[in-house]
Design a binder for this molecule. Structure first.
Ligand SMILES: [Zn+2]
Length: 223
């Protein structure tokens, strides 16, 4: 009888262990490297598997007094490129600076610096997108009403103008994102943070049809 009891007790312990292992919460997503987290969130969005996390009333209250967004997104104002949606992120995770053509002037730079210096952000992602109206207007020299923005895009236009390719708009959009990345990397405060390995800067390109975000490097942008 005692043996039978011990056998049941052992089985009970075994099931308890299996159950507790299965019900353990997954490690917090915040421990992931910043770039990996952004790209994984984008993959969930592309695959139609968005988790829509950190959008509860608990989350809202949790971050009411303090937020530490892990990423700064420098994106275009275009209504089809909403960072929280395309990276499947929630409240308090992204510090977003949006302006037509994802350009960086003094005001944008000060906003970016604020999050990088005081909110402990780990990454800055400059996000261009295909079919960008601001870059297209600058490319066509149609600068009416966007004079200041076009002026900031102009170096990218000059860079790709000599390319006799069909996709000159795409090249200009990528060159523009890269220019803004380079601008950040050479701005004193961000430069120091990069040197101290506290932040990284990337440029990326968003595809309006697929929803996919791909990183831009110097090589692919000049192909
Ligand atoms: Zn745009």
């Amino acid at each position: 009888m005692k043996k039978l009891f011990l056998s049941f007790y052992f089985i009970f312990l075994l099931f308890s262990f299996i159950f507790s292992s299965c019900s353990q919460k997954k490690p917090a997503i915040t421990s992931q490297p910043a770039l990996e987290r952004l790209l994984e969130g984008n993959k969930r969005y592309v695959d139609n598997k968005s988790q829509h996390s950190d959008r509860s009333d608990e989350r809202r209250k949790e971050i009411a007094s303090k937020h530490t967004p892990y990423a700064v997104i420098v994106g275009c104002s275009d209504s089809r490129v909403s960072p929280e949606i395309i990276f499947d992120e929630g409240l308090g995770n992204l510090f977003v600076v949006r302006v037509a053509g994802n350009v960086i002037g003094q005001i944008e730079l000060e906003s970016i610096n604020y999050s990088a210096l005081y909110l402990n952000s780990k990454i800055i992602l400059v996000l261009g997108h295909d079919n960008c109206g601001a870059v297209e207007a600058a490319l066509q020299n149609n600068k009416i009403n966007i004079e200041k923005i076009a002026k900031l895009i102009e170096p990218a236009i000059q860079k790709v103008k000599k390319n006799k390719t069909n996709n000159v708009l795409e090249q200009a959009i990528k060159a523009n994102a890269l220019n803004m990345k380079n601008l950040l990397e050479n701005s004193p405060k961000i430069k120091q943070l990069i040197k101290d390995k506290k932040i990284e800067v990337h440029a990326a390109y968003y595809n309006l049809k697929t929803g996919r975000v791909e990183l831009i490097n110097e090589k692919t942008s000049s192909d």
